[in-house]
Design a protein around this ligand. Structure first.
Ligand SMILES: Nc1nc2c(ncn2[C@@H]2O[C@H](COP(=O)(O)OP(=O)(O)OP(=O)(O)O)[C@@H](O)[C@H]2O)c(=O)[nH]1
Ligand SMILES: [Mg+2]
Length: 388
């Protein structure tokens, strides 16, 4: 061995160790979701969930049969998961419940509330109850909250349904769909059981959750004073809401005091309120504050809408009704886009727009299949306004 070789040997060993360590670190970064949490904020763009909200100290998964092992989980927000469903939707319901339990709720164990205008069957209750990690309630909706009120002239309503059906409007001829839209607009949060809760996450049978949710969205809502959270934005069918915007304008003219100085008017109107651009948050996913719906602005607003009868004479949906109210009375700062939550309600999917979030959430959606950036979505308006 030459002196030069003797000198270079420790250097070679040192270089090899550094190389191996680098490869190990790179591999760890690539395959361990938790490894990237501290750097998350730099990858999520403006307005994402800050790293401090993530449950990154390992998941303390409860075993339903192990009474002694009570995981260190604290219910930190007054919130519930909420599903309106028919007994006939049991197969779709259990798939969605299991998915959300596996991806989110087994770590947080929030209650579930199931609502139905009929009594839930024993089969429904049993098949759902084996999946849930927290308390579960199966509630019948009071009749007076669900069915078409006597104030509606049924002959007029029937004629309008017939015309809408002739025009090929989806659910145009359906009374039960209208009951559902009106219920979701103005009644669910009045259910006696829901008086105990402030926040809810609306979940529909058949919806798909594509990513692990390793943070508590309710705590995020609470700590950031948010009233409404969404994942997907779309355009409404104009034929279903022909007089909704003029009704909104009449209401805000009578009650300017309810309109937030920071209103999200630019999301719902392209001409400063003259007309509605049909944009709405797709309400089959909602994480929201029921005290906002119970508050003076929305209560007066819903009563006003109800007095015009448009839930039955037209086919006003809860999505535009909630969205317009959140935009005008809540305002931009109180509405949150949950980019992290991969969500699908056929035919549309929201997949997190950053590959970092997609990897962290172990998402099953295709990054390239994201409704946010196609022509069906209003998201660009939200992005422009909110910086998200
Ligand atoms: N109990 C009950 N739930 C209903 C009724 N109609 C709709 N729902 C529920 O209300 C929610 C919305 O109804 P959907 O039929 O999914 O309406 P949609 O999402 O606008 O339409 P789709 O594109 O067909 O899904 C779902 O959670 C349904 O389970 C009903 O008559 N009774
Ligand atoms: Mg649906």
């Amino acid at each position: 061995m030459t002196p030069a070789m003797r000198l270079s040997r420790p250097l070679t060993i040192y270089a090899t160790i550094v190389l191996c360590l680098s490869i190990a670190l790179l591999t760890l970064h690539t395959y361990s979701p938790m490894a990237s949490i501290p750097t998350l904020s730099s990858h999520t763009g403006g307005g994402g969930i800050p790293p401090s909200y993530y449950n990154n100290d390992g998941l303390d998964v409860p075993d339903a049969n192990d009474e002694e092992h009570v995981p260190d989980v604290v219910l930190r927000a007054n919130a519930t998961l909420l599903m309106l469903a028919r007994n006939s939707e049991i197969n779709a319901a259990v798939l969605t419940v299991k998915e959300l339990e596996d991806q989110f709720n087994h770590k947080y164990r929030y209650p579930w509330v199931f609502l139905n205008e009929q009594f839930f069957t024993e089969e429904f209750k049993q098949r759902v109850s084996i999946l849930t990690s927290g308390p579960v309630y199966f509630e019948k909706i009071p009749d007076e909250h669900w069915y078409q009120p006597n104030s509606i002239n049924e002959a007029v309503a029937e004629e309008e349904r017939r015309k809408m059906e002739d025009d090929g409007v989806i659910y145009g001829g359906s009374v039960s769909y209208r009951n559902m839209c009106r219920y979701n607009s103005g009644f669910f949060y009045r259910h006696p059981l829901l008086q105990n809760f402030k926040y809810y996450w609306r979940v529909e049978p058949g919806a798909t959750f594509h990513c692990d949710v390793n943070f508590d969205p309710f705590v995020f809502m609470q700590e950031n004073n948010k009233v409404y959270g969404f994942t997907i934005t779309l355009y409404e069918f104009p034929r279903t809401i022909e007089s909704l915007w003029s009704t909104v304008r009449d209401f805000t003219t009578e009650h300017p005091e309810f309109v937030s100085p920071n209103s999200a008017m630019d999301f719902i109107s392209d001409d400063e309120g003259e007309s509605y651009n049909l944009c709405h948050f797709w309400s089959n996913f909602e994480i929201a504050d029921m005290d906002f719906w119970r508050g003076p602005a929305y209560t007066a607003f819903f009563d006003y809408l109800e007095s015009r009868g448009g839930f039955y004479y037209e086919r006003w949906g809860d999505a535009p009704v909630h969205s317009i109210a959140a935009a005008l009375f809540g305002g931009t700062d109180r509405i949150h886009f949950f980019n992290e939550i991969g969500y699908e309600h056929p035919p549309f999917t929201h997949c997190p727009s950053s590959s970092e979030l997609w990897r962290l959430g172990r998402c099953t959606c295709d990054l390239a299949n994201n409704v946010d950036y196609n022509e069906h979505s209003c998201f660009w308006r939200w992005g422009r306004m909110s910086g998200q």
